[in-house]
Design a protein around this ligand. Structure first.
Ligand SMILES: CO[C@@H]1O[C@H](CNc2nc3cc4c(=O)[nH]c(N)nc4cc3[nH]2)[C@@H](O)[C@H]1O
Length: 372
């Protein structure tokens, strides 16, 4: 068995649950936030720093690594874990989303996708078989099916076509998948159309994947629409298997996703906004680049106990960011990742001890979702 999942504790008044995901590279306590390491690195962080902040599993991208440095080099180097010196679980996204959102799309048909690289314009072809082969070469613990993620908004016909393709491509990925020490997760599509979500979930659960992602969300739709889709999609997935909401998210979306029964999350947000000088704190977002922090000798988050908040001030980090000093990016990234990973740990404790709903309400009351 390449991967096993067990539900440890269910929340009595929401769908939240604490679980444990057993993978070839270690155990993951869920709900879990996965830092994004698109090009085999979580930007500005070393693997040791990721361990220090409590990162359990990270995400990397088939599309990017296939284009650069190429799956062959990573395979020759002994696989992605050895290549990037990360000896804990890794999940790779299949390229389904990246090829639509990044590449200069040339053509998509039932066979696969022809596209031009966003790096050098060279022409490439990705199919379910090829995306699966690349992930087997990378050696991630969890590989994702090659799917079609429609944009938002998209017409019913467009989404229906993507569901059909995603289901047929899922069968082809399953057929092509040959690595015993790697789990392949299915991805449910269906946009914001309930009947299409039901159809996609039925077709994918019939294939009995060890885990399921909810795709096609966090693509620009209003949050309340995403929550509505989750409300009727999560119950369609087997409760005994991990559920992964792709591309999410902000502290409020993580809390809502956990409340609705999601176990795994990933988002570029904490690392991306850090590079724009925005810190996530228990009282909301702090745009530490702002002049108002020039003489602010408090930590990014006075309630945070991370290495950055124990040793540096807003004034210093603002100075570094304004001076384009690399340490500025590193310190803000370190704190943002710590903040989200710490939030997930608090969520797990709250579920275990039966006060999750109260915790979520109190957290949100403080996290005003506005810049302080
Ligand atoms: C809100 O942040 C922006 O939006 C992206 C996050 N949102 C997101 N939705 C996703 C959906 C899918 C999917 O349906 N299939 C596969 N295979 N991977 C996916 C990856 C996804 N990531 C960030 O890149 C950022 O630009």
């Amino acid at each position: 068995m390449t991967i096993a999942f067990e539900v440890i504790k269910e929340c009595k008044d929401t769908r939240a649950r604490v679980g444990r995901l057993y993978t070839p590279h270690g155990v993951v306590d869920t709900p879990v936030f996965m830092p994004v390491g698109t090009q085999a690195t979580v930007k500005a962080m070393s693997p040791e720093e990721l361990e220090e902040i409590g990162a359990q599993i990270i995400l990397s991208n088939t599309y990017h690594l296939y284009l650069r440095p190429g799956a062959e080099i990573i395979k020759e180097a002994g696989g992605l874990h050895r290549f990037m010196h990360w000896n804990h679980p890794i999940l790779t996204d299949s390229g389904g989303f990246q090829v639509f959102s990044l590449a200069d799309l040339r053509q998509i048909n039932d066979e696969g996708v022809t596209f031009r690289s966003h790096i050098d314009g060279s022409s490439h072809f990705l199919s379910p078989e090829k995306a699966t082969e690349i992930q087997m070469a990378l050696g991630s613990d969890i590989a994702m099916c090659f799917d079609e993620c429609p944009p938002y908004p998209a017409s019913y016909e467009q989404v229906e076509k993507a569901v059909k393709r995603t289901s047929s491509w899922a069968e082809r990925c399953l057929e092509a998948h040959r690595r015993e020490d790697q789990a392949l997760f299915g991805i449910v599509q269906g946009g914001v159309f309930r009947d299409l979500r039901e159809r996609s979930a039925a077709e994918l659960t019939a294939l009995d994947f060890p885990g399921y992602a909810i795709g096609g969300l966090s693509v620009g739709e209003p949050k309340r629409l995403m929550y509505e889709v989750l409300d009727y999609t999560v119950p369609l997935l087997p409760a005994s298997k991990p559920r992964y909401l792709m591309g999410v998210g902000t502290p409020d979306a993580l809390l809502e996703g956990v409340k609705k029964g999601v176990d795994m999350f990933d988002c570029v947000l904490p690392t991306r906004v850090a590079r724009n000088g925005l810190a996530l704190t228990s009282s909301g977002k702090v745009v530490v680049r702002n002049a108002r922090y020039a003489r602010d000798y408090e930590p990014l988050d006075p309630e945070c106990d991370c290495y950055v908040c124990r040793n540096y001030t807003r004034a210093y980090i603002r100075h570094l960011l304004k001076a384009n000093e690399i340490l500025g990016l590193r310190l803000t990234t370190y704190h943002n990742l710590y903040f989200l990973i710490r939030l997930m740990a608090k969520i797990r404790t709250a579920v275990m001890e039966g006060y999750f709903l109260k915790f979520a309400e109190e957290f949100m009351a403080k996290y005003l979702e506005k810049e302080v």
